[in-house]
Design a protein. Structure first.
Length: 266
């Protein structure tokens, strides 16, 4: 029975991963969340599908993560096939460019380092905590949900000068995954950074609440791809990503790909 751990499974893309994977009774799905307070829909789904296990954990606490790995090992026979790290932190001041922080140095430190904690440091904590389980799995795959914001060429072509902390942290996270791919290649473990596309999630909607924000984002994305029409559904995004993950092998391990399996981010 293939086993999957989805980090950040309460809503949006993470929830959709749990939903699609658990629809196949052959899959064992571990939904890792920060708090039960916002896990109502997830718990409802888990109540109807016995192959879903909802576990609270703290990705910033290596000791707690190791305890969670122990729980997964106990339930899943001491192994884990695929780890999907979907947790992320965007941060405030997303509308500011680097020079806009002149005279706002303290704000810059918070804005810069907080995304790095979740999107990079906690990623490493999480992978390290589950690595012994992955080594015993059949699939042996580690997946990092990233963003085109972390791609240098996308930033250059789209002229995206804002979202500084988030973009830098996502680029750093992708590099971490490349290093894992190199380190673990000889053990048959594959690592991949993958962008879900522009997905209609609550987090995405939060960024377009101001008048005209959607048009501004759309015009930015169209500098890179003139054919972008709007956001895609979590269902479409996850279906596409699962297809890419299924095909992940030594030739693509360590890469940063789109949900289409290439560099077409949208």
């Amino acid at each position: 029975m293939p086993s999957w751990a989805i980090v950040g499974a309460t809503r949006g893309i993470g929830f959709e991963y749990v939903n699609q994977l658990s629809s196949d009774a052959k899959n064992e799905v571990f939904a890792l969340i920060r708090s039960q307070k916002t896990a109502g829909p997830l718990n409802e789904l888990a109540a109807s599908r016995k192959n879903i296990h909802v576990l609270e954990t703290d990705i910033g606490n290596p000791t707690k993560l190791k305890e969670t790995a122990g729980e997964i090992g106990s339930i899943g026979g001491g192994k884990l096939d695929v780890l999907v790290y979907n947790a992320f932190f965007h941060g405030d001041s997303a509308e500011l460019s680097p020079s806009a922080f002149a005279g706002r140095e303290e704000e810059l430190e918070n804005y810069f380092f907080e995304p790095l904690k979740v999107n990079v440091l906690h990623l490493i904590h999480t992978v390290n905590a589950f690595l012994s389980l992955i080594k015993k799995g059949m699939e042996r795959k580690i997946i990092y949900i990233s963003s085109p914001s972390g791609d240098l060429e996308f930033n250059r072509v789209s002229e995206l000068s804002t979202a500084v902390g988030y973009s830098i942290s996502k680029a750093a996270g992708a590099l971490v995954m490349t290093k894992y791919a190199s380190e673990l290649k000889s053990e048959g473990i594959r690592a991949l950074s993958i962008s879900p596309g522009w997905v209609e999630t609550d987090a995405a909607k939060d960024l377009i609440t101001s008048p005209g924000a959607f048009e501004v984002i759309l015009s930015t994305l169209r500098k890179y791809n003139p054919n972008v029409k709007g956001m895609i559904s979590p269902k479409e995004s996850v279906e596409s990503m699962l297809s890419v993950i299924k095909g992940l092998d030594e030739s693509t391990s360590g890469k940063f790909l789109s949900h289409k399996g290439n560099l077409e981010w949208f």
